[in-house]
Design a protein around this ligand. Structure first.
Ligand SMILES: [Zn+2]
Length: 491
């Protein structure tokens, strides 16, 4: 039986416009999904993304704008939907946590966890950062403030709430971490030492409706709505139909703890999401008897000219602007090749421009037009020679180890190998010769160049789908593309 592969991004919170950090996350997920589809077949891949839409921050923002929360989230969610289109993302579903089927699934999840004895009502006082929509322990606060939101006052909530008894899963979570689900290793070590040091703590998973009503209603208690994280994390399975009428996809792509299926569950997230994804969500799955995630891939952050991106500094990078100027494949390429797999990366226009010019205009674009100019002139065609398609051996791809940078390095190494083959064999000189031996040599050289170019197109397809298609078309027609693949851009 062929293995299945499930991929999900985190769901971005819709209180702002999509930024480049999320573009990085979703492009990586898309590259992996496209790679796996070629390797395992369309029907064996499920790729999820969407938007997270409940909670205090959304309610506040909508109020400020004089809109209902639903109107506000409808408008904001569309920005993310548009981004998936603009980035040429091949997701199988786009889930909104305000979708009916998600709300029903979140409620069913609550009921199961409660029935299993892991939800109870308690009185408590908590320190809460509205910026993170998360409770904070004293050790996480710096001078009594959230280090990520120093301008927000920490709120003290004193109320009766439902608690999720995550502490009961500390040992089981340690066992789970022995499988090394978190990539890279330094993030795996970070979460393991946090759990070793502090264990899992029970956390509040409801809010009083009279204080904040924009959430999923708690089943059988009209006074409470669910805490936004508790509802949102369930999207990873509600997207598969879990908790609905047809759970076929869930049973194929995810599965229960006692009924594991031959499928890999892959999650990708930014480093600020390490704890929710690898600890909170995993204990929630344990409490519901559902299989844990297999891989949790953690991205670094992107800085803008060496500084943290923030609205107040006005240095937030809009992925749509980069697409407009350089094209979607150029942005996808830059993310895969030039933004570090796991460390923070700096984004500057200069870096992007430099990479675009060196690797695409002078690299892949120039190579394509040189080879096809020579082969069309000489009338040497790859597919007239009765050759099969040279197919890139995808099972050897570095993407099998989730190494995006490594994959790009290898591709660009083979591009420079082809450049080198041209300088070494000088086919443009051979083309001028009337000598029959030179003619034969020219044919051999051009065929290996065309062969190599086709393999490169095959190889880059998950990263740059449109470019791969253009190159393949040019090779089939044996004609230099009329427009350069990557137009030179004036700085
Ligand atoms: Zn915060």
């Amino acid at each position: 039986m062929i293995k299945k592969f499930y991929i999900t991004t985190t769901l971005p919170y819709v209180n702002g416009k999509p930024h480049i950090g999320f573009a990085m996350e979703i492009v990586r997920a898309d590259v992996l999904a496209r790679h796996k589809r070629i390797l395992l077949g369309e029907e064996n891949i499920f790729f999820n993304t969407g938007t997270d839409e409940h909670g205090q921050k959304i309610a506040d923002k909508a109020k400020e704008l004089g809109m209902s929360p639903q109107e506000y989230t409808d408008k904001m969610s569309q920005n993310f939907k548009d981004l998936t289109k603009n980035l040429n993302i091949s997701n199988d579903n786009f889930i909104r946590t305000t979708d009916d089927y998600h709300i029903k699934a979140a409620q069913k999840f609550w009921e199961i966890v409660k029935k299993n004895g892991f939800i109870e009502k308690r009185k408590y006082q908590v320190k809460y950062c509205v910026g993170c929509e998360m409770e904070k322990t004293d050790s996480e606060l710096v001078d009594g403030k959230c280090p990520d939101h120093p301008n927000n006052e920490i709120e003290f909530l004193d109320e009766e709430n439902y608690f999720f008894k995550a502490s009961e899963f500390t040992e089981k979570l340690k066992e789970y971490f022995k499988k090394n689900p978190v990539i890279p290793e330094f993030r795996q070590n970070e979460i393991v030492s946090l759990i070793e040091r502090e264990g899992m703590k029970d956390f509040s998973i409801s809010r009083l409706k009279e204080k904040m009503e924009w959430g999923v209603p708690v089943p059988d208690d009209k006074e409470h709505v669910m805490y936004v994280w508790f509802d949102a994390l369930v999207d990873y399975i509600s997207t598969l139909g879990w908790g609905g009428e047809d759970e076929t996809k869930f049973n194929q792509f995810w599965g229960w703890a006692d009924k594991p299926v031959d499928s890999t569950v892959f999650q990708i997230a930014g480093k600020d999401n390490l704890r929710p994804q690898s600890a909170m969500w995993q204990t929630m799955l344990m409490a519901a008897g559902i299989k844990n995630s297999d891989v949790i891939y953690i991205n670094g952050h992107i800085t803008s000219n060496g500084q943290k991106m923030s609205k107040s500094l006005g240095n937030v990078i809009d992925p749509n602007e980069a697409i407009e100027k350089y094209g979607v494949d150029a942005l996808r390429f830059f993310i895969i090749k030039h933004l570090h797999n796991h460390e923070d990366s700096d984004w500057t226009e200069k870096r992007f421009y430099g990479a675009y010019t060196a690797d695409l205009v002078n690299g892949l674009g120039n190579l394509t037009s040189r080879i096809l100019a020579m082969s069309s002139k000489a009338g040497i065609k790859l597919f007239d020679e009765g050759r099969g398609y040279p197919i890139f051996g995808r099972q050897h791809s570095k993407l099998e180890n989730y190494d995006f940078n490594g994959e790009a390095e290898e591709i660009w190494k083979s591009i420079s190998d082809l450049d080198e083959l041209i300088s070494r064999t000088q086919p443009f000189k051979l083309a001028k010769s009337d000598d029959s031996e030179d003619k034969e040599k020219l044919k051999v050289v051009l065929l290996s160049l065309l062969n190599g170019l086709w393999a490169v197109a095959d190889w880059i397809e998950p990263v740059m789908p449109e470019t791969a298609e253009k190159i393949k078309l040019a090779v089939k027609e044996n004609k230099k593309p009329e427009e350069p693949l990557f137009p030179r851009i004036e700085k």
